[in-house]
Design a protein around this ligand. Structure first.
Ligand code: PLP
Ligand code: COI
Length: 359
């Protein structure tokens, strides 16, 4: 893809309007002035990346994504530090996961160096949209790829569009969350697309999310699709708990769970905080019994958008309601969250080389 052509918008957002938006950036509601685009054809491969004014695109009504959902996406953030500089967190990990998702959905790989370079260029251009670190706001970056070939047969498309948009954001969840164990739905089956970040996984989760809301819960805690016996993850986050014995336990990646970058980062940080990282299968029974016995001392969920969100309880059909410890965010949860965001915002040193400066 190499050189990136820039077509500047003739109507950029005014500094006053941007300041108004950055004062209260509702998640995913406002967008920076430009988007990064590249088109792929089976004959020519990837065309050049270009930065265009933010706005609508034209798409043929027969485009494969509109019919069969051949789409993948990513999520990462740019953070402003106290000195005004702007940094990305582990973009190479997003590039690698995007490539894995592409392979699973029968899509062409975006070269990982181009993926990162394209994001760097867009963020550099739009650096004024990266909020101040107060309130832990950031610029959420959403790379995605859609099948654009107009063709109604079911096969991998021969044409694709890769795009990156960005949106200033605050917290995804304002409050600790209670999770709902749905009796009616599963998210991912063995051999399915659970480990890929594809739109279809999220479309299929929406009805269960509505069910969770009706039950007064903020999210679904998904169980495995084969036996409904094992805990997997939440709709937009990975799940973890802190045991009384000082373990940080999270479901093992069995092929049906998204390999979260936040998950991986927290597992890496665990030992510095006196916790032993453990990836294993966890049954619903073990979780619920553990909450009741006090073995599960704290629980939280983690992801780029949600950061570290405390889980204070679990609900299941039949009036089952288990409250974790005293129903408040746990001390290790707060400590792990602070450790992660301090690295992201440059308030703590980054011994892992996770952060990279854009400008
Ligand atoms: N699981 C699901 C289903 C998600 O949508 C996300 C969010 O990206 C995660 C887990 C967490 O992944 P990450 O930490 O890479 O954002
Ligand atoms: C993210 O955390 O980046 C996600 O993709 C979650 C989301 C679907 C909002």
């Amino acid at each position: 893809m190499s050189d990136i052509v820039l077509h500047r918008t003739p109507t950029p957002t005014s500094a006053e309007r941007r300041a108004e938006i950055l004062a209260n950036p509702v998640f995913g509601h406002y967008f920076v002035d430009h988007q990064l685009l590249a088109d792929y054809s089976a004959d020519g491969g990837w065309g050049p990346m270009r930065i265009e004014p933010m706005g609508t695109w034209q798409m043929h009504p027969a485009a494969a994504v509109l019919h069969y959902g051949q789409e993948i996406f990513e999520g990462l953030k740019a953070y402003r530090r106290a000195d005004g500089s702007v940094w990305l967190f582990r973009p190479e990990a997003n590039a690698a996961r995007f490539a894995r998702s592409a392979a699973r959905l029968g899509m062409p790989a975006v070269p990982e160096t181009d993926f990162v370079e394209g994001i760097r260029r867009l963020v550099e251009l739009e650096h004024e949209w990266v909020p101040d670190p107060a309130g832990e706001q950031s610029l959420y970056i959403r790379p995605f790829m859609v099948a654009s070939e107009p063709y109604l047969g079911v096969r991998p498309a021969s044409g694709y569009t890769f795009c990156v948009i960005a949106s200033p954001v605050g917290a995804y969840y304002d409050e600790p969350v209670t999770l709902w164990l749905t009796p009616n739905y599963t998210r991912a089956a063995p051999g399915g697309t659970g480990a890929a970040k594809c739109g279809g996984n999220y479309a299929a989760s929406l009805d269960a999310a509505t069910e969770a809301e009706q039950e007064g819960c903020g999210q679904v805690l998904w169980t495995d699709g084969a036996e409904r016996k094992y805990i997997e993850e939440c709709g937009t986050m990975n799940f973890m708990f802190v045991s009384r014995d000082g373990e940080l336990v999270t479901p093992a990646l069995t092929g049906t769970i998204l390999a979260g970058i936040t998950r991986d980062s927290l597992l890496t940080l665990a030992e510095r905080h006196g916790l032993t990282p453990v990836e294993r299968r966890v049954t619903v029974e073990e979780l619920f019994d553990g909450v009741e016995s006090g073995y599960v001392a704290e629980a939280f969920a983690c992801g780029t958008a949600a950061v570290v969100t405390p889980i204070v309880g679990f609900k299941a059909p039949g009036g089952v309601h288990h409250v974790v410890a005293d129903g408040k965010p746990g001390a290790k949860t707060k400590e792990m969250r602070a450790a992660l965001v301090d690295i992201q915002y440059g308030r703590a040193e980054d011994p892992f080389g996770w952060t990279q400066r854009v400008c």
